[in-house]
Ligand binder design. Structure first.
Ligand code: BG6
Length: 489
């Protein structure tokens, strides 16, 4: 049987985010971002805690200087700020065609609402992009990846406030004009759906200060939708041949059994995801969400032409992150199943005994990846870019400087195989950036020991280490994958 396989100009690469990568948190005129106040907790301390949420009272203490003895790994990242030349050279050695990274908004507008941008911050990204382009690596930029300027959270409660739309657009215009000849691929918000679960991380919102939490979250989401649509419009006006995408953190949810009720629950859970792409790709709110708002008495404030803005400025492509699938069951509704360590975000999650898990409990499901790609293609018919995928694991650095990460190679191989199957099924996938191509700080737990990279960085959870970079076995493997355009897995 004849197979299509990967298109010849397929964009192979890797992905990162500024707050997990850069460090230099107080250098070059950068302001505080929300990520700078997220501290590391040991496994014991973190039990029952949402580690990505920082309440306002805690931030006030931090800003007064009363919490400086604590451990804030996202402030130091892996010091890409000073190592970017070495790091990009390693990515180039693997043959990267694309490098996904984010611009740290607080490097450009330190407070978010400043009159003028910070030239030193702009210069830093000029240097980084030039370094990528020197090797023929295309930068793909996420404009907002869990790093809102902290001042916007303190002063405006982040994205709940409509003013944040204007601050964001000013930032977008600045970077679009500055980098229009260097960057052609953009994403407006990382995992935009996470606003429902992680309002501080995803939008600088202190949800405990809001009267109606659900309404506040949807209001913030509406503002991000408008901001994303207007940023897409702006990019098209300023940059030639630009591609702007939305980005969704997808967790496909299976029914545990063939009971109709389990199927209904899975449909409901999946709608939680697709809702975001429905708006950003089709340009309108789906009726199921409008009905839910009506039933729950949720009223979203909109300006008269908001719906028109959404309709006229849909995204050019759809991207998503994929780590695992989940299953739901009626029995968990009755308290008999339970999440058993899996993230549930308020839906009746049960473990899937057919799937193995990583050390962090992520259920490994390559076929789930194919299902999602096909689903997105069938539903929207827009080009698809895989923004994140990968395996966070403990790695062992041996005395001779080697790291044997066969488990990671297996994980990636199976997922890439399924991505190829989805392309053979008919989906238009134009690129793949595996997550954390060089080890960085974990988003969820601020751990360094949860490693995703092809490149090992010598640093522990407390910032001890030489920061020296080492090539893992997966480094050589991915190099071969790229060189063969996905044929030699
Ligand atoms: C995605 C985020 O949710 O998952 C990344 O966009 C994050 O920022 C990645 O790092 C993996 O999650 P974690 O918690 O293992 O780092």
């Amino acid at each position: 049987m004849k197979e299509k396989g990967f298109p010849k100009d397929f964009l192979w690469g890797g992905a990162t985010a500024a707050n997990q990568l850069e460090g230099g948190w107080k250098e070059g005129g950068k302001g505080y971002s929300t990520a700078d106040v997220v501290q590391y907790y040991t496994k014991e301390e973190s039990k029952g805690k949402n580690m990505e949420t920082v309440p306002r009272c805690e931030v006030e203490e931090i800003l007064k200087g009363n919490r400086e003895t604590r451990n804030y790994p996202k402030r130091r990242g892996i010091d890409f700020y000073h190592h970017y030349k070495e790091d990009i050279a390693l990515l180039a050695e693997m043959g990267f065609k694309v490098f996904r990274m984010s611009i740290n908004w607080a490097r450009i507008y330190p407070n978010g609402d400043d009159e003028t941008p910070n030239e030193e911050g702009l210069r830093f990204y000029d240097q980084v992009f030039d370094e990528c382009l020197k090797y023929g690596i295309k930068p793909l930029i996420t404009l907002s990846h869990y790093e809102t300027p902290l001042h916007l959270a303190m002063e405006y409660n982040g994205w709940v406030n409509r003013k944040t739309v204007d601050f964001y657009l000013k930032y977008c215009e600045t970077v679009f004009r500055r980098y229009k000849d260097k960057v052609k691929y953009w994403m407006t918000f990382n995992e935009i759906n996470m606003m429902l679960n992680l309002p501080f991380t995803a939008g600088g919102v202190f949800i405990e200060t809001c009267e109606n939490e659900k309404q506040a979250k949807y209001q913030a989401i509406h503002h991000q939708f408008i901001a994303s649509a207007l940023a897409t419009k702006l990019a098209h006006e300023i940059i030639e041949d630009v591609q702007v995408g939305c980005m969704l953190g997808i967790t496909h949810t299976y029914p545990e059994t063939n009971k109709p009720i389990d199927n209904l629950l899975s449909q409901k859970a999946n709608r939680n995801n697709y809702f975001f792409v429905d708006v950003q790709s089709k340009g309108e709110y789906p009726t199921y969400i409008l009905n839910e708002w009506e039933k729950e008495n949720i009223h979203i404030e909109m300006l008269p032409n908001d719906l028109e803005i959404l309709k006229n400025n849909t995204v050019d492509y759809i991207s998503f992150s994929y780590y695992y699938t989940m299953s739901v069951s009626e029995r968990a509704l009755h308290g008999n199943g339970g999440a058993n360590g899996l993230p549930d975000f308020g839906i009746p999650v049960v473990p899937n005994e057919h799937l193995k898990r990583t050390s962090w409990g992520f259920q490994i499901d390559p076929i789930g990846f194919r299902i999602i790609i096909n689903e997105l293609w069938d539903r929207y018919h827009k080009p698809i870019f895989i923004a994140e995928n990968g395996m966070g694991e403990y790695d062992q650095l041996n005395e001779d400087g080697t790291i044997h990460d066969a488990y990671r190679i297996d994980y990636l191989r199976e997922h890439i195989r399924q991505m190829k199957e989805a392309i053979n099924d008919g989906a238009n996938v134009f690129g793949y950036t595996s997550w954390g191509c060089i080890d960085i700080i974990s988003a969820g737990t601020s751990e360094m020991s949860k490693r995703y990279g092809y490149i090992y960085v010598d640093q522990d959870d407390y910032g001890n280490g030489t920061l020296k970079r080492y090539k893992k076995d997966s480094f050589y493997w991915y190099k071969k994958v790229i060189a063969s355009n996905g044929e030699d897995l």
